[in-house]
Design a binder for this molecule. Structure first.
Ligand SMILES: NC(=O)c1ccc[n+]([C@@H]2O[C@H](COP(=O)([O-])OP(=O)(O)OC[C@H]3O[C@@H](n4cnc5c(N)ncnc54)[C@H](O)[C@@H]3O)[C@@H](O)[C@H]2O)c1
Length: 266
């Protein structure tokens, strides 16, 4: 077995959410393994910082302002990728937020906002990438879902959870449609990965962190860098027979029954 199976030299990767968190971490890892990057985010300043970090490593990258809830912005992003690189080998579909609210109170507009960000946005990105990858007979797409793709979170996550459930089915359907043409589609389902929104929620309710940790047998919350290995693996030939998979990135959370207990180590 050769390490070359993880080599991404000459491959083009489009990553959304590339200004921070898992998007930036995934983009950096892909660049470290040789890929050329298109970095999309609402936050152009942050995406440009990621661009600079990649260029400092000797890599090739450009940043684009793109709101993934707006199909026209996504189409403009892919037109730019066509112009700069003329191909796409990997899509990391990472950006997009949910709007929280109790099921009995949330407005339909807020349900629609989560849907636009996470379902329409992820799908439009897949469609634009998929059209190009099908022509090349080659490509890999990774959608970031959530443990909320397959289980419930409560605490006002109804809009987010419904949208993330759709991301799981989007992944299975696209894999089924496209994998015989060389285009693989997988999803990563993270548990709690520290980001500014989680930090704010933990500060507002100090019980939350313990609650989360009680469900995570590895005994720590996720870090954005935890996505790096999966991003490289799923973009590379090392995963060439992996498609349609929903891969938990959760420190063991999904495997443990809610009545189970992790072992505490002092
Ligand atoms: N952090 C977690 O615990 C966790 C768990 C499961 C799933 N997720 C999902 O993973 C994805 C990334 O989360 P993260 O923790 O890296 O978040 P983050 O807040 O660290 O980064 C998100 C990035 O996406 C950008 N963004 C937000 N909305 C956008 C939009 N409409 N168009 C373009 N860019 C947009 C932000 O500017 C930011 O740079 C999100 O979809 C999130 O719902 C996160």
């Amino acid at each position: 077995m050769s390490r070359d199976m993880f080599d991404l030299t000459g491959r083009v990767a489009v990553v959304s959410g590339a200004a921070s968190g898992m998007g930036r971490a995934a983009a950096m890892a892909l660049a470290e393994f040789g890929a050329d990057l298109a970095l999309a985010d609402l936050n152009l300043v942050g995406a440009s910082q990621t661009e600079q970090q990649i260029k400092a490593l000797g890599g090739r990258a450009f940043a684009v302002a793109c709101d993934v809830s707006q199909p026209d912005a996504i189409r403009a992003l892919f037109a730019r990728v066509d112009g700069e690189y003329g191909r796409i080998d990997f899509l990391g579909n990472i950006a997009g937020e949910g709007v929280l609210g109790k099921p009995e109170e949330i407005t339909l507009e807020d349900i629609e906002r989560s849907w636009r960000n996470l379902v329409l946005g992820r799908f439009c990105m897949c469609q634009e990438a998929g059209r190009r990858m099908l022509k090349q007979s080659r490509g890999s797409i990774v959608n970031i879902g959530s443990l909320a793709s397959v289980s419930a979170l409560g605490r006002g996550h109804i809009g987010y959870s419904m949208a993330m459930g759709a991301v799981a089915q989007m992944t299975r359907e696209l894999s089924t449609e496209w994998s015989s043409s060389g285009v693989r589609v997988n999803a990563i389902l993270p548990a709690q990965v520290v980001n500014p929104s989680l930090e704010k929620r933990m500060a507002a309710d100090p019980r939350l962190k313990d609650q989360w940790l009680s469900g995570i047998p590895t005994g720590r919350l996720g870090r954005p860098d935890d996505v790096k290995g999966l991003a490289v693996f799923l973009a590379s030939d090392a995963s060439s027979w992996i498609t349609g998979a929903l891969i938990p990135m959760d420190g063991g959370n999904l495997a443990m029954n809610s009545g189970g207990t992790r072992r505490y180590v002092d």
